[in-house]
Design a protein around this ligand. Structure first.
Ligand SMILES: *[C@@H]1O[C@H](CO)[C@@H](O)[C@H](O)[C@H]1NC(C)=O
Ligand SMILES: *[C@@H]1O[C@H](CO)[C@@H](O)[C@H](O)[C@H]1NC(C)=O
Ligand SMILES: *[C@@H]1O[C@H](CO)[C@@H](O)[C@H](O)[C@H]1NC(C)=O
Length: 320
C-alpha cells in the first residue's frame, strides 16, 4: 500500500514566499485575463507551483493547455493563467483570512482549495473535527463571494478516503464541498484510474487531482524510469482529459528539486528550464523518452536577490 507523501518544505516555502511577496509589492498586480476562461477537456492541466516568481512560468503556459496554477498558499504570482488560492492548514490560517477577500476580488478567483493532506502528521495534521471547524470558519463564508470550494486533499494512504468521510460527518451539513481534491503517488496508471473512480463513486462529486506522479513508496529502490514516467503521464493525463468527472489536475512537479520524490518526474531541469517531460505535459511535444534540456544559468533578478537574502535569514531552505 502506498506510504504517505510528505511536503515538509511547504511551510518554509510558504513563509519565504509570503515574506518575498510582502517585500516586493507590485509584482502581483499584473494583468489577469482569466475570470472568463472556461476549463475544458483540453485545459484541465494546472501547475502546482512552489517557485514563486523565480522560475519563468510562461514556459509552461504558451500552448494554452495549462490553464491554472496554485502555490499551496493564498499568494499568487504574476502569470497569465488562473490562480487558485489554498488554505494549507492551521499555521497559514491568519495570513489566509486576512488576504483572501482581496485576492478573490483582484485575481478573479473562481475556486479555493482546502487543507493539504490533513491526515498526515507532517502535513496539515488535522482530525476530521478540526478540519470541519477550520472549513466552517475560513472557507464556507467565501461562498458568498461566488467561489467554488475544494475539499481538503488527502494523501493516497488508505486513511485518505475515510478522513474525508469523517470530515463530512463532522461538518453535519455545514461544509459545502463543490469538488473533491486528492493526491496520488504510485506507479500503476490503471490503479490510479481505479482510485479516482472509487473517490468519484463514493462522494459523487467532481475531482481535482492536485498532486500526482510516478513515485514508488513501497520500494524506494524501484523507481520509475524516464520511459515509465513518459508512459504513465501519457496514460493518466489522457484518462483525466477524457474523464467526465475529473475537472482539473496538477502533476508533481513543476520544480527544480522534487524533495525526495523521483527526480525524473520533474517538469523542468535543475536550472528551471522546461524539459521534455514538461513539454509533453503542456502538449508541446508528443511523448518521447529522452534527456532533459540543456542547463542554463538563470539571471539573478532583484527578486532572486531578495529571495536568496530571505532564505539565508530564515535558514536552510529545502528547495535548494
Ligand atoms: C471576507 O468576506 C467574508 C464574506 O464572504 C466576511 O465574512 C469576512 O469578514 C471578510 N473578511 C475580511 C478580513 O474582511
Ligand atoms: C495495476 O493495477 C491494476 C488495477 O488495480 C491491476 O489489475 C494490475 O494488476 C496492476 N498491475 C501491476 C503490474 O501490478
Ligand atoms: C500515449 O498514449 C497513446 C494512446 O493510448 C498511445 O497510442 C501512445 O503509444 C502512447 N505513447 C507513449 C510514449 O506511451
Amino acid at each position: 500500500m502506498p506510504m504517505n507523501f510528505g511536503l515538509p518544505f511547504a511551510m518554509t516555502l510558504l513563509r519565504t514566499l509570503a515574506l518575498s511577496l510582502a517585500t516586493a509589492s507590485g509584482c502581483t498586480a499584473s494583468t489577469y485575463h482569466i475570470g472568463s476562461r472556461a476549463v475544458s477537456a483540453s485545459s484541465k492541466a494546472g501547475l502546482a507551483w512552489p517557485n514563486g516568481p523565480y522560475v519563468d512560468i510562461s514556459q509552461f503556459t504558451y500552448t494554452g493547455k495549462v490553464s491554472w496554477y496554485y502555490t499551496w498558499s493564498p499568494y499568487s504570482i504574476s502569470a497569465d493563467i488562473e490562480f487558485v488560492p489554498m488554505l494549507w492548514g492551521q499555521a497559514q490560517a491568519a495570513e489566509f483570512s486576512s488576504t483572501i477577500n482581496q485576492t478573490i476580488a483582484s485575481q478573479h478567483v473562481s475556486a479555493v482549495l482546502g487543507m493539504n493532506e490533513p491526515q498526515e502528521p507532517q502535513q496539515s495534521n488535522l482530525t476530521p473535527d478540526q478540519g470541519a471547524q477550520m472549513w466552517m470558519t475560513y472557507l464556507e463564508p467565501l461562498r458568498q463571494q461566488g467561489v467554488r470550494l475544494g475539499s481538503p486533499a488527502p494523501s493516497s494512504a488508505p486513511s485518505g478516503l475515510t478522513w474525508l468521510q469523517d470530515f463530512l460527518a463532522s461538518c453535519a451539513g455545514g461544509c459545502t464541498v463543490d469538488f473533491i481534491a486528492l493526491h496520488w503517488y504510485d506507479v500503476n496508471a490503471t490503479a490510479f484510474q481505479v482510485y479516482l473512480e472509487n473517490f468519484h463513486a463514493t462522494f459523487q462529486l467532481p475531482l481535482w487531482v492536485t498532486e500526482w506522479t510516478c513515485q514508488n513508496y513501497n520500494n524506494v529502490n524501484a523507481q520509475c524510469s524516464l520511459s515509465d514516467i513518459v508512459e504513465f503521464m501519457n496514460q493518466t493525463q489522457l484518462f483525466m482529459d477524457q474523464s467526465t468527472f475529473v475537472e482539473r489536475y496538477a502533476w508533481f512537479g513543476a520544480m527544480e528539486n522534487l524533495q525526495g520524490v523521483n527526480p525524473a518526474d520533474a517538469l523542468m531541469d535543475t536550472s528551471g528550464k522546461i524539459n521534455n517531460l514538461g513539454k509533453q505535459y503542456i502538449g508541446a511535444d508528443s511523448p518521447q523518452p529522452s534527456t532533459s534540456g540543456n542547463a542554463k544559468v538563470m539571471a539573478l533578478s532583484t527578486w532572486a536577490v531578495t529571495f536568496l537574502a530571505l532564505t539565508a535569514l530564515i535558514g536552510p531552505f529545502a528547495l535548494f
